[in-house]
Design a protein around this ligand. Sequence first.
Ligand code: UD1
Length: 339
Amino acid sequence: MTSTVLVTGGAGFIGSHTCVELLSHGHEVVVVDDFSNSSPGAVEAVHKLAGRPVQLHRADLRDRAALAEVFRAHRFDAVIHFAAKKAVGESTRIPLTYFDINIGGTTALLHAMNEHGVRRLVFSSSCSVYGETSTVPLDEDSPAAPTNPYARSKYLCEQLLADACAYDPGLSVIALRYFNPIGAHPSGEIGEDPAGVPNNVLPYMAQVAVGRLPELPVYGDDYPTPDGTGVRDYIHVVDVADGHRVALDHLDDETGLRVFNLGTGTGASVLTLLAEFSRAAGRPIPYRVEPRRAGDVATLIADPRRVERAWGWRTTRDLAAMCEDAWRFQRLHPAGYAG
Ligand code: UD1
């Protein structure tokens, strides 16, 4: 079934890939983005790739008047809500800004949906809600224990979504807890283009490979993991995007809030990822081992079975594809969308 979908944060890394998936499956897509950590270039690239236009509104979700305009201009069948701040370190320095944008944006969106009778939502959540844990792999029933304001803001949003559902029995919400999305569209036309020095490991190593940064800091080689470096469940961004498209089709399965992990169920260490990315880029990538980064944990791996049982859905792209696709985007856009 095709529909008209509002994608908040649709110019961002995961948002732009999701727009391509939706458009290529016949959905109409309307993007709201304030471009605070994204670029209009991403929306142009989405248009080019999908061969169909995206309708774009530049707005901050907390601007109630602007959001009301958007809801008046279209009849939405569903909303996918990505727009949020997501840097863990930054969230410890400016927690109130994180709560304001991530929680305030979500409540403003829920108000607008309520006023316009839109009752189907897919919410962008994060594996960081699990926090420090020794459970591997992590299933959705693992207790939430967020350890920083970013993760707390995502968990609070899940809780307020549960409350919203409890008081509006017609509301249907799916929260997707992503593990570590990396990679890019295989065309190389869209990818991850963070503002400033990257916080995350893959864009950092990609910028080292292309000569924008001198070497990758590897944060800790004394973790209780096979090679001592942190292990994460990296998931291809096109799989994440596909998961959102499929989630839309399952919004009508039942009302209320449902939570699903999006991960592969397989972990890779920083050094494994580095080796795979060097192979994809065809060059060695200099690195230096540094002390552990505050707030990091040794291992985070998803138990992806709930979504597979519910929808018969699983990821299909491996670490080699993630690195090859991420490298293609970086090689074609050495300075990001601006270059
Ligand atoms: C974090 C958040 C996640 C969020 C994601 C994107 C947690 C537990 N996870 O993931 O929810 O969605 O950021 O913002 O809060 N590393 C290096 N060198 C670097 C950068 C990272 O060695 O320059 C290592 C880290 O120590 C870690 C791994 O690479 O072991 C992955 O780090 P990163 O890409 O930053 O993602 P997370 O911290 O796992």
